[in-house]
Design a protein around this ligand. Structure first.
Ligand code: HEM
Length: 294
């Protein structure tokens, strides 16, 4: 990532230097409001105060965050979606989705047109719930605290408790996917990929208790450090799915290998296939055809 990130930054810097025609680089020299322009501006412009200037290391940190947080998450979610659409039990979802996508005549629909497709919206939300590619995260308590629970539990000594006592410095695991698949929240079919549950009037009432930024699911977390990119991710996924599912059809290959969800370095859960030597390789073989061809 450092190698790729450094090249992206260096190319942009070279372009900025070329555009400045030998004059000092100022904020106005760097055109564009995209992330890379803003970062390079903060790094290079001579009219930015030293105390506000970003070091090369800080710029690279942002690029790595965006590659993992912004790119890998969305890409992996769509990968899992194509897998689910390929499974024989969910082929009807693929057909229904494509039928809806084909109601748009434009090949370059607007955001509004895509947001007006209810089944596409339901499919994206259900994918985010069902696959929650960031399967868990953790927090460290900065002071002693008490976390109330809705259902009493018995502690190690058999005493019934209505709360967890947390000491400063203790780590708390937030099991995102387990909550997104909780039968107490989503009902007995929580382990099924079922976009219909998001259609009007069908959402399970207890999902409203989940304090996620995207209503009902914890996939993007909640609170002040929730995902900053969730609206962008929803839109990006819709554009990708529109483009890909409208023109292509997906199914499993003959004798499909066992695809296993693997979380590496605890960030994104990717599909992988076990190799003969016991190691895993990220892979998702699918049979892809032009829609309508034999
Ligand atoms: C399906 C797609 C995505 C998923 C599932 C996802 C999930 C998450 C989660 C769970 C967190 C909280 C992690 C934690 O604090 O432990 C997070 C944070 C973050 N996400 Fe996303 N994300 C997605 C897409 C994006 C996109 C598209 C961007 C940027 C364009 C983005 C940028 C970020 C950033 C910068 C943070 C850190 C926020 C902070 O700490 O204040 N994410 N994301």
């Amino acid at each position: 990532m450092d190698r790729i990130g450094m090249k992206i930054v260096q190319d942009k810097r070279d372009a900025v230097v070329a555009a400045s025609n030998g004059r000092e680089v100022e904020k106005k020299t760097v055109e564009g409001r995209d992330l890379l322009s803003v970062l390079v501006k903060a790094n290079m412009a001579t009219d930015v105060k030293d105390s506000e200037r970003m070091s090369d290391e800080e710029v690279m940190g942002q690029i790595c965050t965006m590659l993992i947080a912004g790119h890998e998450t969305t890409a992996t979610s769509v990968t899992w979606l194509l897998y689910d659409l390929s499974l024989p039990q969910y082929q009807h979802v693929q057909t229904k989705l494509r039928e809806e996508l084909l109601t748009l005549t434009s090949e370059r629909p607007t955001m509004e047109e895509l947001n007006n497709l209810p089944y596409l919206d339901a499919v994206v939300r259900e994918n985010l719930r069902y696959r929650s590619v960031v399967d868990s995260t953790s927090r460290c308590a900065i002071k002693d605290d008490v976390i109330p629970v809705s259902t009493p539990y018995k502690d190690r000594k058999g005493i019934e408790r209505m709360e967890f006592r947390i000491a400063a410095g203790e780590q708390i695991l937030i099991p995102i996917r387990s909550l997104d698949r909780d039968k107490g929240i989503w009902g007995e079919d929580a382990d099924e990929f079922k976009p219909e549950r998001w259609m009007v009037g069908n959402t399970h009432p207890r999902s409203a208790e989940i304090p996620g930024v995207l209503s009902g699911v914890l996939t993007f977390l909640g609170g002040p450090r929730a995902c900053i990119g969730y609206r962008f991710a929803l839109m990006e996924m819709k554009v990708l799915i529109f483009t890909v599912v409208r023109g292509l059809s997906f199914e499993l290959p003959e004798s499909p290998p066992l695809i296993e969800p693997r979380s590496r370095i605890d960030i994104v859960t990717r599909p992988a296939i076990r190799q003969a030597d016991g190691s895993y390789k990220n892979s998702m073989p699918l049979r892809v055809k032009l829609f309508g061809s034999d």
